[in-house]
Ligand binder design. Structure first.
Ligand SMILES: Nc1ncnc2c1ncn2[C@@H]1O[C@H](COP(=O)(O)OP(=O)(O)OP(=O)(O)O)[C@@H](O)[C@H]1O
Length: 301
């Protein structure tokens, strides 16, 4: 559905290499998270797809259309929700969506627009001017705008930044609904729990390079041998008193709790060592790795 072959981008102004030989193939109907730190290259990649940034080299194919030679065709396939709010604030919400439909030659789109507004909790803002919307509402309007032509692929660049938690969940349900209906979705986000809840596949970009591309479940399983352990002891702990745990890189939390990231198999060993060293355990908390932990390890590598 979407294929990037050896895509690189060097910005000419400062010769900054924002993307380095990215190879990525997204299949029809997949829901993919595109993760990476600030400046990793996510927006550059999305801007290349949107035709706003010219790649320096490589090939992009969207539903079989080469982006270099068939850019107009790719516009029909893609719906892009940009990170920055770029809408004409002097128009009403409804007019913005009617105008956007017009760009695609769609004249009778009112029913679908109403459905979009309803789904994105913007129905009562239909007649409001865009400038009267809150930041979170503007973001949701951008999503509606990206969807007016019913694109097969929806790409969202941090759509939930600045959207409050209740509405974020409305948005998740909406994206899940689109996904079930067959839309291919690529989502960049800094909220890892969002990627964990919604996506089937996780792609991580670090310093312009693709450092992970796995089904989410596999990524979590590969790392699932590792657990986060918090052991609360009776009394204040100093690093020098727990030298016997040094091999496990312990950190101390709240003065009385040892925090460790270990292989499951080592837990018994550690508890044994604590008992042998006369440490009284008051509480023990074991957590399987979350996507957030896996992600943090990936970008450290
Ligand atoms: N127009 C530009 N000219 C020069 N350098 C740019 C330009 N746009 C982005 N960059 C640089 O390219 C790199 C990648 O930026 P990009 O915006 O793609 O990152 P990002 O992963 O989207 O970050 P964020 O999570 O902060 O949105 C950064 O070092 C950035 O400074």
């Amino acid at each position: 559905m979407l294929k990037l072959e050896d895509v690189s981008k060097i910005y000419s102004r400062d010769q900054k290499q924002a993307l380095k030989n990215i190879n990525l193939e997204i299949k029809e109907g997949e829901f993919t998270a595109l993760l990476g730190q600030n400046g990793a290259g996510k927006t550059t990649l999305i801007n290349i797809l949107a035709g706003n940034v010219k790649k320096s080299s490589g090939k992009v194919t969207i539903a079989g259309y080469d982006l270099d030679t068939n850019e107009l065709d790719t516009k029909w396939i893609l719906g892009i929700v940009p990170q920055e709010v770029a809408i004409d604030f002097t128009f009403s919400v409804e007019d913005i969506l009617i105008q956007q439909s017009g760009y695609f030659g769609i004249t009778d789109n009112k029913e679908y627009i109403d459905w979009l507004l309803e789904s994105l909790a913007l129905k009562d803002k239909k007649k409001s001017l865009a400038r009267e919307l809150s930041g979170g509402m503007k973001r949701r309007l951008l999503i509606a705008k990206a969807l007016v032509h019913k694109p097969k692929i929806l790409v969202l660049d941090e759509p939930t930044a600045g959207v409050d938690i209740g509405l974020r969940h409305t948005l998740y349900e909406f994206l899940e609904q689109l996904h079930k209906a067959g839309t291919t979705i690529i989502l960049t986000t800094h909220y890892l729990e969002e990627a964990e809840r919604l996506c089937e596949r996780v792609v991580v970009i670090n310093n312009g390079m693709l450092v992970a591309d796995e089904p989410k479940d596999k990524l979590l399983k590969d790392f699932s041998q590792e657990i986060n352990v918090e052991i609360k002891l009776d009394g204040k702990i100093e690093q020098e008193n727990i030298g016997f745990l040094q091999a496990f890189n312990p950190t101390i939390k709240d003065l009385d709790t040892i925090v460790l990231l270990i292989d499951k198999a080592e837990l018994t060993n550690i508890l044994q060592l604590l008992i042998e060293n006369d440490m009284k355990i008051l509480d023990l908390n074991v957590e399987r790795q979350k996507l957030e932990d896996v992600y943090l390890q990936l970008i450290k590598q």
